[in-house]
Design a protein around this ligand. Sequence first.
Ligand code: SF4
Length: 149
Amino acid sequence: MGDSVAVGLCFTCRWMRPAGNQRGSIFFRCARADTDARFVRYPALPVLTCSGYEEAMVFVVLLHYTAPLDRVDAVRVDHLRHLETHAARGVFHAWARRDPATGGVLIARAPDRTALEAVVAEDPYVRAGVARAEIVAFDPQNVRGALKT
Ligand code: SF4
């Protein structure tokens, strides 16, 4: 399970902590349950109403290629797999290569910058040294217009 309809509110909640096992299953843990007995650690999904819901921070991640495109493309399949994996966990919500192809743009949600930095550090582009990431944060309360994720 791993999309916004199947998971419900937890998918975009700042208290959600996704985790995976070796078989590829994804679990959504409520961090509020660690300190508040009104919440359960693994709520039944989808969660459609929740008094503890708080929107996660919104980020734009700008990827800047630092190597020729053929070296970038050599790890692109792994990069896209990384994005898909974390999209299923509610981290990445949209992405595209820039035009012209000087990097990429990712829309992400995470509890805080540190959590997202950990995910971005594992991006095969970053690990291979073919791109650097610039992370721009937004408070979701300040977003105007429609952000359907
Ligand atoms: S506070 Fe509610 S919406 Fe947020 S992760 Fe916990 S159960 Fe899900």
